[in-house]
Design a protein around this ligand. Sequence first.
Ligand code: NAI
Ligand code: 15L
Length: 277
Amino acid sequence: PSPRTVLLTGAAGGLGTLMRGLLPSYGYTLRLLDVAPVEPLPDADGREHAEETITADLADRAALREAVRGVDAVVHLAGISLEAPFEKILRANIEGTYNLYEAVREEGVRRVVFASSNHAIGYTPRPREGDPLIPVDTPRRPDTFYGLSKSFGEDLAQLYWDRHGIETVSVRIGSCFPEPTTVRMLSVWMSPADGARLFHAALTAEGVGHTVVYGSSANTRLWWDLSSARALGYEPQDDSEPYAEKLVAEQGDLDPDNPDHACVGGHFTTNPPIWPH
Ligand code: NAI
Ligand code: 15L
């Protein structure tokens, strides 16, 4: 049976807020968790969603156990989403993701969708014209402690599949924001609507074991291979190309001599944006 009740962690964040708006139309009932209070979100018609919200830290194992109890699946977005001192990444992303998987194991939840990141392979050179797309089994080359924590999360997911039979789709998200805002994002953007399509496919595809996929729209300038995502039933509908003319006019094309533009992780490989808290 397809999952119906889903715990969405990181629900107060940017992607969490977008998915909270989009996933209910696929028939899911969401339970929302974040360390920051999850604010009520009015429907288009002004009504509030009937959602259960939990304010808890990923360090709180008792709270996590309660949060996953009775859900069919977890979409795990919570954590530090940029570079930060190692100790912070360790606590929120590494120990936090471990704590979540332990709760999932203890409560018998069958499926996790893990928000991995392109920064797990951030030092991979970006494909130039005529180069093949980056395959999903390319060696991991994290560009930050942040990217390293996503690499850990993918390995943790593999362990919990091999040892405990808990299925995970690890989605190496490119950039999921309402619109692409940089020339790099023309290659890595995932529209929020495609994000919801991909999460839905990751929640419902059968026999995924641990599957790694890239999370992007069907961009003309795409850098990586979406075939493992398509194999789940994901059919991206969007392409960043309509934004290209304006962005290239404003910012210029990616400069082959600029180290910020050499690798898929972009400026995370040179001067990563730092988590503000
Ligand atoms: P965000 O920073 O806006 O949201 C993350 C949320 O996690 C925040 O609401 C924060 O309060 C919560 N959080 C942080 N530490 C926590 C803890 N210890 N316990 C409970 N909650 C905690 O980030 P965004 O953009 O929404 O990303 C969501 C997830 O997707 C993150 O895991 C990020 O690494 C991943 N991702 C996002 C991409 C994007 O384009 N938005 C790209 C690649 C990966
Ligand atoms: C990420 O992993 C970050 O969480 C997100 O904020 C973006 O910076 C994205 O990668 C990106 O590479 O654009």
